[in-house]
Design a protein around this ligand. Sequence first.
Ligand SMILES: Nc1ncnc2c1ncn2[C@@H]1O[C@H](COP(=O)(O)OP(=O)(O)OP(=O)(O)O)[C@@H](O)[C@H]1O
Length: 227
Amino acid sequence: MRAREPLVKACGLRRRVPGGDELLLDDVRLEVFPGERLAITGPSGSGKTVLLRAISLLDPVDGGIIHWRGQPVIGDEVPAYRGQVIYLHQRPALLEGSVEENLKEPFRFAIHRARRFDREHVVALLRELGRDESFLEKPSRDLSGGEAQVVALLRAIQLRPTLLLLDEATASLDPATVAAAEDLLSRWLADAPSDRALVWVSHDAEQTRRVADRTVRMNAGQCEPER
Ligand SMILES: Nc1ncnc2c1ncn2[C@@H]1O[C@H](COP(=O)(O)OP(=O)(O)OP(=O)(O)O)[C@@H](O)[C@H]1O
């Protein structure tokens, strides 16, 4: 039976178009429980990305609050929250430089100060995704869209986050790498089910069926339970 205390709980999130009145998020309430693999579906433009970015505190909201393990995420709680909740975009932003330099980048931030780049761990993860060590030397500007997604996934997983928010994060991968990424993420979750959760946004209905055990649907900035 799943634990009843949500890992994250978004209460009444509201976001307006900057400088306008139109609501991009309209009183959204969402809970994600430990060990859960939650899918968010809905048509293009329904607010899935806006919601994930709001939950990860990448964009400000005009109303509502996020609770993390029962505590409001405000003030001094924000940096620790940001260190545990990672948002992965379909088109990840990479720096000029090698893959390895990109993987080292997050450790420069104060929120990840307690962690260290672990090359061995990264090489093991790379192997699981069908790449060898030489991938680390590749310049980021030469990467395909799918390879950039591999880097973004590794960059996130190596930080041992608690909540991963995946926004079409495997959409550019070939089918074999998609399968490897799904397996990697399943194992990552199974390693600490009481302390981790995954949220997937995917337009691939087959993938949603494979990877999620609960689905909610966004529609015009509102979030409704689906099953
Ligand atoms: N900063 C912004 N200013 C104005 N409108 C915005 C802003 N950000 C998002 N929107 C609008 O909010 C709506 C929801 O966008 P969002 O990217 O969340 O959709 P989505 O459900 O993720 O779509 P898709 O499935 O195509 O990725 C869209 O109409 C988009 O144009």
